[in-house]
Design a binder for this molecule. Sequence first.
Ligand code: SF4
Ligand code: SF4
Length: 448
Amino acid sequence: MTQIDLTLPPQTKSFLSAGSESFAPAAFHVMMKPRGAICNLDCEYCYFLSKEFMYPGSRFRMADDLLEAYTKQYIEAQRVPEVTFAWQGGEPTLMGLDFFKRAVELQQQYRKPGMTIHNALQTNGTLLDEDWCRFFHEHNFLIGLSVDGPRELHDAYRVDKGGKPTFERVMKGLHLLRRHKVEFNILTTVHAANAGHPLEVYRFLRDEAKTQFMQFIPIVERDNETGYQEGNTVTDRSVMAEQYGRFLIAIFDEWVRRDVGRIYVQIFDVALAAWTGNRPGLCIFEETCGNALAMEHNGDLFSCDHFVEPNYRLGNITEIPLIEMVASEKQRQFGLDKRDTLPQYCRACEVRFVCNGGCPKDRILTTPDGEPGLNALCAGFRLFFNHIDRPMKIMANELRYQRPPANIMRILADEELARQRQFSAAGRNDPCPCGSGRKFKQCHGARR
Ligand code: SF4
Ligand code: SF4
């Protein structure tokens, strides 16, 4: 399981800032898992497969009356004109196409006048065929497809139940999506196997998978038997903090010189929002969270997709209205804890405005002064966000003057040209034009 972007549009982000009379958010997301944790693959780093053990004896199929109750309540609870139904798993396509035909039918039945309904479905892509893609196209589904890079990197951990590679099947699904003009994002997890190959991954996604939209999701997998967010060690499959930072930097450096405005990488967009003085817009980098919940096949609602575990169960939709659970004190506190448990080390950090300490699920380290709650990826976030500071400021400035941020590519190219000219003109004993303070012959001139 990786996670599709369900960033809320800014006007809907009133959760947790609502008046004390009501904590009901104007809008929220529920990641619905109609087949629970059941999947046809056995990806080694998957955080969700183990959730199957929470429901012993279950058929793991969302019943029709539950689907109807959920659709009705979810629509009623939203006070915004656009609503997205998010389907996840496990593997949601294991429900079969008829389930989603029925879901769309119910959405139309309960849709409020003037309301637009979207659907986002996250899949491993291996079960897609012509019928699925026709349906997705017809109903404008946004698909999140999990691909971890070219064949050998993808197949490192993304295997089926028999341990067989899946790359071939996923690419077949991808081509079908493209042929049917279905809108899709690629979700790439960054882990021990592909973290050392950033440009190979990026160029594959851009040039061979031909996607315009990418997300790079770090694998920080707790090493324990329960599958819950417990303990403070991570598995060998997890990406190390600096490795993740360098992965993002390598891709950013290529993107900022040639792909701005045509390739969209989620974390770069999020960063630009923060550098322009807006909220980052992605829960992990927001100050507070709590408006992206998860629902199991039987109607159990949980605080977040990453906290589907007994302590974070808010109740069941057949017993408590959805909006009551979403607006509950327990859920409100879950969201506020992201800010309130932030260590002093983060509060004083120069990139806090964009990082905000990252996702609480990954806060397993102690700070240098001994406070708990530091993110396992801290060193990587800090490296990356500091590295992009100058280009982000340039792009933010372009936006301020209503010019396209893509102008950064020309600005950097001009700077590079000017630097090359200075290098060509520099004498061996001159100060190096790069500003290092060393002689040219001991710095960039040494290479010449
Ligand atoms: S716990 Fe993490 S993934 Fe879940 S809502 Fe909060 S920031 Fe987002
Ligand atoms: S970079 Fe590290 S110290 Fe700074 S806010 Fe993020 S997690 Fe905290």
